[in-house]
Design a binder for this molecule. Structure first.
Ligand code: NA7
Length: 552
């Protein structure tokens, strides 16, 4: 496409591709585009690379996928040379890795930092996207890739009086860049998802007193984090070809681990308990892959849920607190399972109080306190660990207009609609990386990011080779894919939980199960077959048609 420059007026620049976001998706997209000879510009609202890992700097922030697997596979030298220090990398190390990748592949020269993409409109006459940014400029591009991330739009809760609070207020997803010291302070944490569960034990160590405001109790498995030894790193390095292939093609969630060959009810009580205990001791996400039917069969799921409930009762000394911390309202795993370091034990500390805001919702926040159940919890600082407008939130912040001026927000008003999670009908040449309708947040994100970026790169090469101007999801293919995503989701227990997968954490957001739960292996195969069949389900127009349209 660079070889066939387009005549464009009144633009601050023209690129083959504009990429929105310089997290792991945007960085790899840029690297691939350059390798293929496309011109590209990346816009990033932060002052540095890393996306989610740039913003989420809260105490205790770590990835819940093991670091040797939560890493790029596209460069053999990179995966052989980078030294992860711990089983689960802490946020600063992941950010260091992102910066290393940016330097190593010389990415920064095509990334414009501190710049938001505010509008993107499709010019049907010229088949070009007009992209307006927060620095007041407009550029044009043949293609736009939204690499905006799934957990990047931090959500401040709508609680009466929040703006009145006189102490410091922090959001875990938008943490200051300077260290925050809670020593001697009375701190409140609202929210007990992954971010709350990771930060509570660390804040409790510092704070004079910590009040944890819990709306829904969570299932959490010990991380058993530890330093990685050189032998462990070397084992992964030596076996990467097999590990990466397994993660891409066989593991449902993009993580190399044993594949379960039986259901929970196929084992007797003792055997089952022994297996759960072994996984509990091992720690981490693989607890949920002991058996192959935990996400499908409620009776099977109950056995795992009961095991974890039993552990909570063993760890937490005060019976009433243990009861409150025990999740009862949804099957285990249907809200994203958390991975913790000493979360439940933290409630044995004398300086930690659990406040049940399910029974006694927060009435208001005053200048000095959070009021719940008629009681004022006086605080010096408040931490909002209240999550994100997940999967669609960051896309929704951009005014995106496709054919006939229709906005993506209008089109997705009743829930996101995509074909393969990659494109949405009436929005030609606009790709989403790990969008709704793809495995995305149900998987090791880097595996899914690489798969999407590679697919998009291949697609753009194909279009150049075939002198094609536009690609667009066909409505019929999209409808069928949306129906399939729903059908697969509703065959599982997942829709039974009020989760952010369902949009349930955002008042007024449509309740749709957003990610594709069919597994990364089968999904990859579907995407590859679609491409092999000449991009079946996508409408494509040729250069000639485009020039004719432009001339008419
Ligand atoms: P999550 O998992 O969405 O957790 C948010 C928590 O905040 C959760 O406990 C919510 O309770 C609670 N919450 C949200 N809004 C409110 C209001 N208005 N009042 C009280 N409590 C509230 O976000 P995280 O940042 O922890 O984790 C997101 C993902 O990042 C995680 O799954 C990993 O993949 C990494 P609820 O459960 O909705 O009752």
């Amino acid at each position: 496409m660079s070889a066939q420059p387009l005549a464009v007026n009144a633009s601050a620049g023209h690129y083959d591709v504009v990429v929105v976001g310089a997290g792991f998706a945007g960085m790899y997209m840029l690297h691939r585009l350059r390798g293929l000879g496309f011109s590209a510009r990346v816009y990033e609202q932060g002052s540095g690379v890393g996306g989610t890992w740039y913003w989420n700097r809260y105490p205790g922030a770590r990835c819940d996928v093991e670091s040797m697997q939560y890493s790029y596979s596209f460069s053999e030298e990179l995966q052989q040379e980078w030294n992860w220090s711990e089983r689960y990398a802490p946020q600063p190390e992941i950010l260091q890795y992102a910066n290393h990748v940016a330097d190593r592949f010389d990415l920064r020269r095509d990334i414009q930092f501190d710049t938001k993409v505010e509008r993107a409109g499709f010019d049907e006459r010229n088949n070009l996207w007009q992209v307006a940014t927060s620095d007041g400029k407009t550029v044009t591009a043949r293609f736009v890739v939204l690499a905006t991330g799934c957990l990047s739009n931090a959500r401040k809760p709508d609680i009466k009086g929040l703006d009145r609070f006189k102490g410091e207020v922090y959001h875990t997803g938008h943490w200051p860049h300077q260290p925050v010291d809670f020593t001697g302070q009375r701190v409140g944490v609202i929210g007990t998802g992954s971010s709350g569960i990771q930060s509570v034990p660390v804040i409790a160590e510092q704070a004079k007193h910590l009040a944890v405001f819990q709306r829904t109790a969570q299932f959490s498995i010990p991380a058993r984090n530890a330093k990685l030894t050189e032998d462990e790193r070397n084992w992964f390095r030596a076996n990467y070809p097999e590990i990466r292939t397994f993660a891409r093609e066989q593991a449902k969630n993009g993580i190399y681990t044993e594949l379960p060959d039986r259901g929970a009810l196929d084992d007797g009580d003792n055997e089952r308990r022994t297996k759960y205990e072994a996984r509990w001791q091992r720690g981490g996400l693989t607890f949920m892959t002991v058996y192959n039917n935990l996400a499908l069969d409620k009776a099977a799921n109950d056995t795992a849920a009961d095991f974890v409930r039993g552990k909570i009762a063993e760890i937490v000394k005060d019976a009433a607190t243990a009861k409150l911390l025990t999740p009862i309202s949804y099957p285990i795993g249907t809200k994203r399972i958390c991975i913790d370091t000493d979360y439940f034990a933290t409630f044995n500390r004398p300086n930690v109080t659990l406040v049940d805001i399910k029974t006694n919702p927060i009435e208001e926040i005053t200048e000095i306190a959070v009021r719940s159940g008629g009681k004022d919890y006086e605080l010096d600082a408040l931490v909002l660990a209240t999550g994100f407008d997940a999967m669609t939130g960051s896309v929704a912040k951009i005014d995106i207009r496709g054919r006939n001026g229709q906005t993506l927000n209008q089109k997705w008003a009743e829930g996101p609609r995509t074909y393969l999670g990659l494109m949405s009908a009436d929005f030609p040449n606009l790709f989403v990386v790990t969008g709704p309708g793809s495995p995305s947040v149900l998987s090791n994100m880097i595996v899914s990011i690489e798969q999407h970026v590679d697919w998009i790169s291949d697609c753009l090469s194909y279009m150049r080779d075939h002198r094609l101007a536009t690609i667009e999801a066909e409505k019929d293919a999209e409808d069928k894919w949306v129906a399939h995503v729903n059908e697969v989701a509703f065959a599982t227990l997942y829709p039974q939980a009020d989760s952010w997968y369902m949009g349930a954490n955002i008042p007024g957001k449509p309740r749709i199960f957003m990610p594709y739960i069919g597994g990364v292996g089968p999904y990859r195969q579907i995407c590859n077959e679609v491409a092999a069949r000449g991009y079946e389900g996508f409408a494509m127009t040729g250069e000639q048609q485009r020039h004719q349209a432009a001339a008419s």
